[in-house]
Design a protein around this ligand. Structure first.
Ligand code: AMP
Ligand code: MG
Ligand code: MG
Length: 331
């Protein structure tokens, strides 16, 4: 019998190392102080030098190792001519040691679709809300999100430095310090990964306080529909933070009980990796109608019917979505 790790586990192991390099690039761009901001469709839809470099790094690194993959990245960039310095060739050994869930053992490279958000939370990145930022690499098979990697480049950063692009923040960032879990010696950045049927790793699972409805939602892409839907949840508290990846991390670490976004605007690369991490620990992510999101390579990119996600108690939130909101958001 053929041995060695499956294609899926090799892909996830590579995506882990590639996402770590992405985190280094995201920090380096801030440290160098020139974000190179470009408006895409409007003033809240931005692209920076980090979005561009990271997309090139992730897509080229993956394509080199897995030439038959379908890779769909957020940024519209010309192909080719990537600086060798951006290529990551390593794979995370710990992942190669884990067993591939039986249902994925026979998957072939050409059957997989990878959704890449090189930098999720770009608006917040440009405003110095650095811990809102994540790098997202999601893997789909037969339309379903089955594996994902999230790098959070500035996890622990408040213990490491006070963000100030002008004064050369690189001097106080620690790339490789080991030791304390928090505080000034804590390691900067982390990588969370997961595979359905295997679990999710790289964080401490925690549930939000029982009986409290803490809703997390957008801070920079709000609308009347978004607030109507949040209010209908009768929340005890509402958190407004950037990034789809960041909001899913809030759910798995007990800071929020539901992610509610009744608006189009969020795309497949925003939800693919986060959905896997959430589902791998028993949570659920759908559109506002309760429909599963599909990740086939030819699917439309926009999650037109919004996002509704929870680690526990999903049914409560789903039951509270107003009919008016459902009517306004066509899948
Ligand atoms: P947010 O919760 O606002 O950070 O949004 C989560 C993800 O969806 C981010 O990648 C946003 O850029 C994206 N997004 C949400 N709404 C919009 C919009 N109206 N225009 C562009 N991108 C959006
Ligand atoms: Mg995004
Ligand atoms: Mg992005």
């Amino acid at each position: 019998m053929a041995s060695g790790p499956s294609v899926l586990m090799r892909l996830v192991a590579s995506a882990y190392s590639i996402a770590q390099k992405a985190g280094v690039i995201v920090r380096r761009v801030i440290a160098e102080g020139d974000l190179g901001i470009v408006e895409k469709t409007c003033a809240t839809d931005l692209q920076t030098k980090a979005d561009r470099l990271v997309q090139m790094s992730i897509c080229s690194s993956l394509a080199r190792k897995f030439p038959r993959l379908t890779i769909i990245g957020e940024e519209d960039l010309p192909l080719g001519g990537v600086d060798q310095e951006l290529i990551e060739d390593d794979q995370w050994e710990e992942i190669l040691q884990k067993p591939c869930p039986a249902q994925y053992l026979a998957i072939k490279e050409e059957d997989l679709v990878v959704w890449v958000d090189p930098l999720d939370g770009t608006k917040e990145y440009t405003e110095g809300l650095l811990d809102n930022v994540t790098v997202l690499i999601g893997v789909a098979y037969e339309g379903e999100a089955i594996a994902g990697v999230i790098n959070q480049p500035y996890y622990n950063y408040q213990g490491n430095c006070i963000h100030s692009p002008q004064n050369g923040a690189k001097q106080v960032f620690r790339e490789h310090s080991k030791g304390a879990e928090a505080g000034p010696d804590a390691e900067l950045g982390r990588t969370i990964w997961g595979v359905l049927g295997l679990g999710a790793f790289g964080f401490q699972l925690q549930e939000a306080p029982a009986g409290k409805h803490i809703v997390t939602t957008t801070r920079s892409h709000g609308s009347k529909l978004v607030s109507d839907c949040v209010s209908a949840m009768e929340p005890d508290a509402v958190l407004r933070v950037g990034g789809a990846g960041n909001k899913i991390i809030q759910l798995i670490e007990g800071k929020a009980s539901a992610y509610v976004f009744a608006s189009p605007g969020c795309k497949k690369w925003d939800t693919c990796a986060p959905e896997v991490i959430l589902r791998a620990v028993g949570g659920k992510l759908t559109d506002v109608h309760g429909n599963a999101l599909r990740y086939y390579k030819d699917v439309k990119h926009m999650n037109s019917a919004g996002v509704l996600a929870a680690l526990r108690n999903y049914d409560y939130y789903a039951s509270r979505v107003p009919e008016s909101v459902k009517k306004a958001l066509v899948p």
